[in-house]
Design a protein around this ligand. Structure first.
Ligand SMILES: C[S@@+](CC[C@H](N)C(=O)[O-])C[C@H]1O[C@@H](n2cnc3c(N)ncnc32)[C@H](O)[C@@H]1O
Length: 264
């Protein structure tokens, strides 16, 4: 199982759902009475659900360290998505965000969601193969594309699942009602946030890339190709820092997320 840090989840979800919550409309949140957010991590989605819904929202995750952070905002219960610790039909919405892309058998998890939901099952999942980056450092666009291609070759789960989640729903015997796209756009521009400064430092040291080294080497990338990529990556990171010092660095990243809603 991939592990996620609190910092990573905060940084990647920063501002998500601030621009628009229209794509969440099919979840019919105003009328929900009991909602379960599976694989809630630090509870980034749980908080959005709790603010939109008058009923109770519960977060669940296998990682107790992350769950303790989510527990500061909503009630939480430790549990595995494949074997949820709840009786049949005890929620009227069971939802996850960026969970299925990390699971070996997403349809089996969805079938378990349907067991504990009396009404709706939903998934908010990205297509990580279609992420779009536009940076004022020319090399960053190309290096991100190369790193992402190597990562996608090496990862065992379907991290592009978002746009095709309907197939997993149907395999789980759930009728899909609707799918909506939501592009999560993150912009880095002056004045730079603490997160952006940390991300730039991690580029210059190669630490960010090193987190995905093993995955990249599990695909077709050789160690020599990884070392070349890392050295170009670090050079790119130093250019990012130089541009930040002059207030000239700008970067936009758009991650397409898909909200798929079905009837349990
Ligand atoms: C990418 S994070 C997403 C967290 C959160 N939903 C969000 O959008 O910020 C994936 C989460 O799924 C959890 N997870 C992975 N496998 C799981 C499983 N079998 N059952 C429950 N949670 C799981 C991880 O611990 C992690 O918190």
């Amino acid at each position: 199982m991939r592990e996620f840090s609190e910092t990573y989840l905060r940084r990647t979800r920063e501002g998500m759902w601030d621009d628009s919550r229209v794509p969440l409309e099919p979840l019919d949140l105003e009328t929900r009475e009991r909602v379960l957010d599976v694989g809630c991590g630090t509870g980034e989605l749980s908080r959005v659900l709790a603010s939109e819904c008058s009923g109770e929202v519960i977060g669940s995750d296998v990682d107790r360290r992350l769950l303790s952070v989510a527990g500061e905002h909503v009630p939480v219960v430790a549990g595995d998505a494949f074997q949820l610790p709840f009786p049949d039909d005890c929620f009227d919405l069971v939802v996850c965000q960026a969970l299925l892309i990390n699971l070996p058998e997403p349809a089996a998890a969805l079938a378990e969601f349907a067991r504990v939901s009396s009404e709706l099952v939903a998934a908010v999942e990205p297509n990580n193969a279609a992420v779009d980056v536009d940076s004022s450092v020319d090399a960053e666009n190309d290096l991100e594309r190369r790193a992402r291609a190597a990562y996608l070759e090496g990862i065992e789960t379907d991290v592009a699942l978002g746009s095709d989640a309907r197939e997993a729903f149907e395999a789980a015997g759930i009728d899909v009602l609707e799918t909506r796209q939501y592009d999560h756009v993150r912009t880095v521009e002056p004045p730079y946030s603490e997160h952006s400064l940390t991300a730039a430092r991690r580029k210059a040291t190669g630490a960010g890339l090193a987190d995905d080294r093993e995955t990249m080497l599990s695909g077709e990338m050789t160690e020599a190709e990884y070392d070349d990529l890392r050295s170009e990556w670090r050079q790119m990171g130093r250019t990012v820092i130089d541009q930040m010092e002059d207030g000239e660095y700008r970067r936009t990243e758009a991650v397409p997320f898909f909200v798929t809603v079905g009837r349990a």
